[in-house]
Every structure is written in C-alpha cells, then in structure tokens.
Design a protein around this ligand. Structure first.
Ligand SMILES: Cc1cc2nc3c(=O)[nH]c(=O)nc-3n(C[C@H](O)[C@H](O)[C@H](O)COP(=O)(O)O)c2cc1C
Length: 328
C-alpha cells in the first residue's frame, strides 16, 4: 500500500521520508541515493564553500537522480555570515523546487524562495517559532523534538508533546523530525498527525553517506545515552556525539568563571569535527548525532533503509488495526 500524504503529493515523492540537511554529510551521493529510494534527499548548501560550488553540486546530483531532491539553507548566528541570498539565488536559478530552511531570522531567505514558487519546509523546535514561520508563508513545518541531532533549541520539549501540540495548534502541514530510524517511528508520527518524517543520524549510517566507515561503525555501537548537550550557557544548545572533546567542553562550560565563549570556541569549531568524517577518529573533534543513535544497528543502503521503513510502517499500522478489530 503506497503512502499518500500531503508530503508525498506536494513533493512528488513515493515514501514520506525526508533526509534532513547535514553539514559535511549532505553531498550529492547521499541526497541522490535517498531520492532514488523514493524519499526526499537534501543537499546542504553551506557544506559547499561558495554559491558556485553549490551550483555544481546541484548539477552533480541531477546526474545521479531523476527524482525530486531539495537543498537545506541553515541560518546560524555568525560574526561573518555567509551570503545566504547568493546561495538562495543559485537554488532558484538551478530550478530547485524544494528547500529546507532552519535557524535564525529566516524571513528574507524564505520570502525570496517563496516568490520564486519554491516549496519551503521550515525546521523548528518550538510551536512559537513554527507560528512565526507560518506568517512567513512556509508550506510545511518540520517539527524537531529535543531528541534530535544538532540545534535542539532551549525549550527541551520532546516529540511526544511537540507533535501533538503541532497537530492541535498549527494550520499548516508538518513532518516529524528527531528520533526516527524505522517504520514503527513513521507509523507513530503519522498517527500523531505528521505527514511524514525527517531523519538525520539514521541516514549518516548508510552505505552512501560520504563519511568514514569507522564513524558509521561507531554509530552502530553507540547507545541512546551517548550524546551530549553543549553550549546551553550561550543559548545555542547543541546535541553532539559524546566523546572526549564534548566531555572537555561540558567541563569548561560548567566550571568557567568568565563564561567567555572563546574558552570553548577551539573545541567546537567545525574544522576538527569535519575531519572526523574523513579520518574516522570519533574523538578527533565534535560531531553531531541524535539520541536515535541507540536505535541504529546496521549500515544499509538508502534503498534498503527507505523501503524497509515503508514496509515496517505499513505492517505496523495494519497489524494494530487488525488487533483493534479482533477485540470488537
Ligand atoms: C551530522 C549532522 C549534521 C547536521 N547538520 C545540519 C545542518 O547543517 N542544518 C540543519 O538544518 N540541520 C542539520 N542537522 C539536523 C538534521 O537535519 C535533522 O534535523 C536531525 O538530524 C533530526 O534528528 P535525528 O538525527 O534524530 O534524525 C544535522 C544532523 C546531523 C546528524
């Protein structure tokens, strides 16, 4: 039974599973593999050093898939912000139809994309931010629970509450993000009112994810307790894989008398974290992962994973329905 949700219809995909933007992971190989499997693959704009590199990456992805794929544009606080407008312009010029936005003050970028007729999925961790994004005219919300990898926000609301609250209050369709790895999760998300799911960490641990095999093996070994929250002191709370570097950051964060960000800056700089993905040493720097890491036990291709999720979700929903009928 193919899934037919607002997400599959509007995006023109077969299976309501989105691969969220991932810095230094969301390259053409992964995005194309997810889209070829029937989900929505997403390139991460800022993984490309310049807007022109993004253009080349979009063209590279087009050579690998005929199916729809999207681009993530993440707006983070920075002393020298990237030229978001130029990245958005490349997306428009290249005829991309779907963009995932995330981060702070997305208004100007969202309005530029909307004017060009692009479907915008905005990812956020609170209902308040979702409502602001609705005012900006987004087409879908991606509701990111506290379980998620990366920027968890400051409210600490997990998906059981957040998704039901979204269903009760939002007038715009939404997908569920954070903590999903299997079809049972997809079935649960649909029951809670979502039109599909978004996954990050699970897709890092696939054959096509362009990261070192040792990091994928580390993910398979990890438990749900193996993540750490850092940077709460600077209201930029981020969930990372727990390792020697995050332990050092947490210690400084807890004990620093000055509270100067500069004290932890060298530890959390993306530079060493990025190298983790190429040198395979999980303790070399900080890298992002969600609590769902404890539910990941293999390294499948995206095709096997996405189709397995579809099958498990279908079996879960039909078997529960049979159970309910049997009890009547
Ligand atoms: C390695 C990694 C890098 C990420 N980088 C970004 C990013 O640059 N922009 C963004 O919006 N989300 C980013 N995310 C978050 C994912 O898009 C997604 O929202 C999140 O992983 C969902 O939680 P999950 O890991 O439990 O599936 C990243 C996640 C991971 C695992």
């Amino acid at each position: 039974m193919p899934f037919d949700t607002e997400l599959t219809r509007r995006l023109g995909i077969k299976i309501p599973v989105v691969q969220g933007g991932m810095q230094y992971v969301g390259y053409a190989e992964l995005a194309a593999a997810v889209s070829n499997a029937g989900g929505l693959g997403i390139l991460t704009a800022l993984t490309q050093p310049t807007p022109d590199d993004l253009r080349k990456e979009i063209q590279r992805t087009r050579n690998m898939t005929k199916n729809p794929f999207g681009v993530n544009i993440t707006l983070l606080p920075s002393l020298q912000p990237p030229d978001y407008g130029a990245y958005a312009q490349v997306v428009i010029d290249e005829g991309i139809k779907i963009v995932e936005t995330a981060g702070n003050s997305p208004g100007p970028v969202i309005s530029k994309l909307r004017k060009a007729g692009i479907i915008v999925l905005h990812k956020c961790t609170t209902i308040r931010h979702a409502q602001s994004a609705i005012k900006l005219g987004v087409d879908f919300l991606s509701i990111d629970g506290f379980e998620c990898a990366g920027h968890v926000g400051e409210s600490d609301i997990t998906n059981f509450i957040l998704l039901s609250k979204a269903r009760q209050t939002l007038k715009v369709p939404f997908i569920a993000s954070g903590g999903f790895a299997d079809g049972q999760g997809l079935a649960a998300a649909l029951c809670l009112g979502a039109e599909g799911i978004n996954m990050g960490t699970r897709f890092m641990c696939t054959v096509e994810a362009p990261i070192h095999q040792k990091i994928k093996e580390e993910i398979v070994k990890a438990q749900e307790t193996d993540t750490a929250l850092v940077m709460r002191r600077w209201t930029n709370t981020t969930r990372l894989y727990r390792n020697k570097v995050t332990d050092a950051v947490v210690k400084i964060e807890r004990e620093s008398k000055t509270g100067e960000f500069a004290e932890i800056a060298p530890f959390v700089s993306g530079k060493r974290g990025r190298q983790v993905f190429t040198n395979g040493d999980p303790d070399y720097g900080v890298w992002t992962a969600g609590q769902v890491i404890g539910l990941i036990h293999d390294i499948p291709t995206c095709d096997v994973l996405v189709k397995r999720i579809e099958k498990e979700a279908e079996e879960t929903l039909t078997s529960k329905l049979k159970l309910a009928k049997a009890k009547l």
